[in-house]
Design a protein around this ligand. Structure first.
Ligand SMILES: *Cc1c(COP(=O)(O)O)cnc(C)c1O
Length: 474
């Protein structure tokens, strides 16, 4: 496909005026001497050009998007409509409380809904992403120990954790203590005990963990931590595994973040901004970033009256549009949020069972909303790496799963079908994965040189990320 510069044919798309504009009042040094060099095309050709470009994009409306950990489910379009309603979209963040009761009510009720879902006692909607929520949560934990006069330096993190966990704890000045997973892909209790001392502020856990496996010893873990005076942080980015079935409060956690842009069906990645609310137990409420959205029985208001607040973590009150979409989704789903979790887990187990005959499954357990295969067999027997498999999927018009994460699985292929996919779609995806596994045995060269049908073929991943070449050299 040609660039719009190459397509330029000198046709004026639009004529603003035929009159010569008098520019004699301008200092001559500011007047352009050469052509501007913008492409010139008729309106229809411009439309076609951009339509063709947009058709090259992959999106959920086009196909399956099985990115493990990222939860690329369908985001109902009605949410976009509601977020763009004039009274939401045009609201100024400095409006007095009295003049934005509707927006405050929405935020308050969203907080209440998240309290029910997590079992926690107080919520801040400020953080604008999962990692931002983690940072907020760890700042709260840090301040909690400061106020107690019990300075603790260490945070325990399992080796299966999302990379943002150690990064967030480190940014708060904590030292990271990594613990190994056991052969069931879960936190090894003995390993935990061996590092637990009075310098441990908290453990950061994901449950189900990033292998998609539920930590069955979580109650023992929370008891051990609390007996040690330590707190428990819950990474709830992928909450679609447990909604309505259990919650972090029951499991004994003190601080939780949620990714509204994963679980609550608001678009993310290249598709839009996120929100990473943080929910805490009663004893940590006073540490939340001010203001909280509160209700005095008659009016909704911004409550700045928090004794130990860590301060603000975002200008104004968070990504309001995302909050509208998430609240709309929660209301629309109602009790069906529980069904969403049920289907997310059922779908993942269905696909896992279909694929485990063809790919290694290092932790062969009942999974939650996602599971992790390994491309080790294909790599050792056929020289076809997980990266090659991911590229080959693109030739089949399928978005690749998350690859090479979690780090504890070699050649990891992390698959999350989400609750929004039908059996037919999953069968189709499984057929393609099986076809690729067979191809690896008979024609590995084809996979090693994939993709063959995409506009851009194999790129140098590092170079493409670090030195993207975005300029057209005419
Ligand atoms: C996505 C994710 C995060 C980070 O969320 P962002 O919004 O991308 O910052 C953290 N933990 C887990 C388990 C995740 O899947």
């Amino acid at each position: 496909m040609k660039t719009i510069f190459e397509k330029s044919n000198g046709v004026d798309g639009i004529n603003l005026t035929d009159e010569k504009i008098d520019i004699s009042f301008l200092d001559s040094s500011f007047i352009r001497r050469d052509e501007l060099g913008l492409p010139q095309l008729g309106e229809l050709e411009v439309m076609r050009h951009y339509k063709e470009l947009s058709d090259r994009n992959f999106c959920i409306e086009k196909g399956f998007y099985p990115l493990g950990s990222c939860t690329m489910k369908y985001n109902p379009k009605v949410n976009e409509f509601l977020a763009s309603l004039e009274n939401f979209g045009n609201l100024h963040p400095l409006t007095d409380d009295a003049d934005c009761q509707g927006a405050l009510e929405l935020m308050y009720k969203l907080q209440e809904a998240l309290k029910i879902l997590t079992g926690m006692d107080a919520v801040t909607l400020q953080p604008s992403a999962g990692a931002h929520g983690e940072l907020t949560g760890m700042m709260i934990i840090k301040k909690y120990f400061e106020v107690k006069g019990d300075l603790r330096k260490k945070v325990i993190i399992p080796d299966s954790a999302h990379g943002t966990n150690p990064a967030s704890a480190k940014m708060c000045g904590f030292d990271i203590v990594e613990i190994k997973s056991n052969d069931k892909g879960q936190v090894d209790i003995e390993a935990l005990k061996s590092v637990l001392d009075k310098d441990v502020a908290a453990i950061m856990m994901t449950n189900p963990n990033t292998l998609g496996i539920f930590e069955e010893n979580v109650l023992d873990i929370s008891r051990l931590m609390h007996e040690n005076g330590s707190l428990l942080y819950y990474d709830g980015a992928n909450f679609n595994a447990i909604m309505g079935y259990t919650n972090p409060c029951i499991m004994g956690f003190d601080v939780v973040h949620l990714n509204l842009h994963k679980t609550m069906a608001t678009p993310h990645g290249g598709g839009g901004p996120g929100a990473g609310p943080v929910c805490v137990t009663k004893s940590l409420k006073e540490f939340l970033p001010a203001p909280l959205i509160d209700f005095d029985g008659q009016k909704y208001f911004r409550n700045y009256n928090l004794k130990h607040s860590i301060g603000s973590v975002k200008a104004f009150y968070g990504n309001f549009g995302v909050l509208v979409k998430a609240y709309a989704y929660i209301l629309m789903m109602g009790k069906n949020l529980k069904n969403a979790s049920e289907n997310a887990v059922l779908n993942a187990n269905y696909l896992k069972e279909k694929l485990k005959k063809y790919y290694d499954l290092p932790y062969d357990e009942i999974c939650m909303h996602e599971f992790v295969l390994s491309g080790e067999k294909q790599k050792h027997e056929n020289g076809v790496s997980t990266l090659n498999i991911a590229k080959a999927l693109m030739d089949e018009n399928t978005h690749p799963p998350t690859v090479y994460f979690p780090l504890i699985v070699h050649e990891a292929i992390m698959i999350e079908p989400t609750e929004s996919e039908t059996k037919e779609k999953m069968d189709k995806f499984a057929d393609i994965m099986i076809k690729i596994a067979k191809e690896a045995e008979i024609n590995p060269e084809k996979l090693i040189s994939a993709p063959h049908t995409t506009p851009v073929k194999r790129v140098d991943e590092t170079l493409a990320a670090r030195h993207p070449d975005l300029k057209f050299q005419g």
